[in-house]
Design a protein. Structure first.
Length: 447
């Protein structure tokens, strides 16, 4: 529905108040009507066009900041700024061009051509340039590739780099068109001013009619402008106190009605932004909680690791102490026993370090699983040998009762780690003189 203009109602009220002076009223009507046409041209064409171009310039400028953040801020694919950039490229900016295309139907051919060049610049230059950066760093692994990082930075790091330069050129082109349309609006204002000067003498001639017109106009302004503005002011005060659930009822189909509608839309936008901010706050708190849990797990892991390192180092110190103080008192068999113990302790330490490395890989998400057929008997035998020095210190008997030549589908390194940790914990928590047995059992073609 076409919006009714308050200006047009003013003309009607003014014409009715000057019927007693017919000639002056007719001349005044044409003068005012001419001013109305000029102002309407500015209001319906140039002013909205300038506003949309200003919004387009702001959104294009925003993509410049977001594409730079794509490279420097976060490698996460679902990072809010990355989602926002795609939304701008694929929806919001194209919608602005659609609105401008409709408005440009009332422009001059030169202005329409300039808008077409701006749209071509966006589609054929800015979008490909920015998507080149987005494609270079499209996954978490891409951020691990220093060459891709370097290439992406070379496109966005400085204002003179390719993507920044193309985007800045587009902003400049939009600004030039805005200046051109603003100039047209100023021309309309000047013409309106000339028209007003032309009928100043007529206003003096119909001074008596103005009295009546003033009364009518005051009543109209109070009803159509002042009352709605007071209602808007009251609503704005409620919003200032944090009430975002308020909506002002639209009672008029004119500029005041449009202002009321814009006010309601602004409240909805503020409410949505508040909800998004609360959501971001919750995500931040969740991330903080996860970080604390990770640190707690890390501390626990290092405590366990320090405890497991103590045993092998104790053996190292005891054996090297004997060998360094009185090596001649030992026969060959005893020396070989000590050397085997040292070797077992070294292998045990190496396995602990492998555990630490695998834990680090797990935390960073780079752990690779290589499934293959593995004989469990050999793995158990190898780990019993490694932990035998700790078992001997506690006089614990180790037995391998796993069936030979029986394989399972698993990663050898991870399976080794599992058995090593299980047997190590079993020895650690078994009383002195006890027994640790590792056995297997088949059940429904499974081990």
């Amino acid at each position: 529905m076409k919006r009714k203009s308050i200006t047009k109602r003013f003309i009607l009220a003014y014409a009715l108040s000057t019927l007693t002076i017919l000639v002056g009223a007719v001349m005044l009507y044409f003068a005012l009507n001419n001013s109305y046409v000029l102002v309407e041209s500015m209001a319906d064409v140039y002013s909205p066009s300038t506003q949309q171009l200003q919004k387009l310039s702001f959104e294009v400028g925003k993509t410049k900041m977001l594409i730079k953040g794509w490279v420097f801020v976060s490698p996460q694919t679902n990072f809010p700024d990355k989602i926002r950039l795609k939304h701008l490229q694929e929806k919001e900016i194209p919608e602005l061009f659609k609105i401008l295309d409709q408005l440009s139907k009332k422009w001059e051919p030169k202005e329409q051509q300039q808008l077409k060049l701006i749209e071509d610049h966006f589609i054929n230059r800015m979008l490909p340039a920015q998507r080149k950066v987005m494609n270079l760093l499209s996954s978490y692994e891409d951020y691990e590739n220093q060459e891709l990082i370097k290439e992406a930075k070379s496109l966005v790091a400085d204002k003179d780099d390719e993507v920044m330069n193309i985007t800045n050129d587009l902003v400049v082109d939009i600004g030039e068109l805005m200046m051109l349309l603003s100039g047209k609006a100023e021309e309309v204002k000047i013409q309106a001013k000339k028209s007003m000067n032309a009928f100043k003498l007529l206003i003096i001639f119909i001074a008596l009619a103005i009295g009546l017109g003033t009364l009518l106009l005051a009543s109209f302004i109070n009803r159509s402008v002042m009352a709605p503005l007071k209602e808007l002011d009251k609503a704005a005060s409620l919003v200032q106190r944090g009430n975002l659930d308020i909506q002002v009822k639209i009672k008029q189909n004119n500029e005041i009605g449009s202002l009321t509608d814009n006010f309601n839309q602004m409240i909805q936008s503020l409410k949505k932004q508040k909800e998004e901010l609360e959501e971001y706050t919750q995500l931040l708190q969740k991330s903080r909680k996860n970080l604390k849990a990770t640190n707690k797990t890390k501390d626990k892991f290092f405590n366990i690791l320090a405890h497991d390192l103590k045993g092998p180092f104790t053996s190292f110190i005891a054996i090297t102490d004997v060998l360094s103080k009185d090596p001649d008192s030992l026969n060959e068999e005893q020396k070989m026993h000590f050397l085997k113990s040292l070797n077992n302790s070294a292998v045990y330490l190496e396995r602990l370090l492998e555990n630490l490395l695998q834990w680090a890989r797990t935390q960073s998400g780079t752990l690779e699983v290589n499934l293959q057929c593995v004989e469990t008997y050999d793995i158990v035998k190898q780990n019993l040998k490694i932990i035998s020095i700790n078992a001997e210190n506690k006089k614990i008997t180790l037995q391998n009762k796993v069936e030979k030549e029986v394989g399972v589908l698993a990663d050898p390194n991870l399976l080794n780690t599992i058995f090593r940790n299980l047997i190590s914990n079993a020895v650690k928590y078994t009383q002195e003189g006890g027994e640790v047995v590792v056995s297997s059992k088949k059940w429904n073609d499974q081990m």
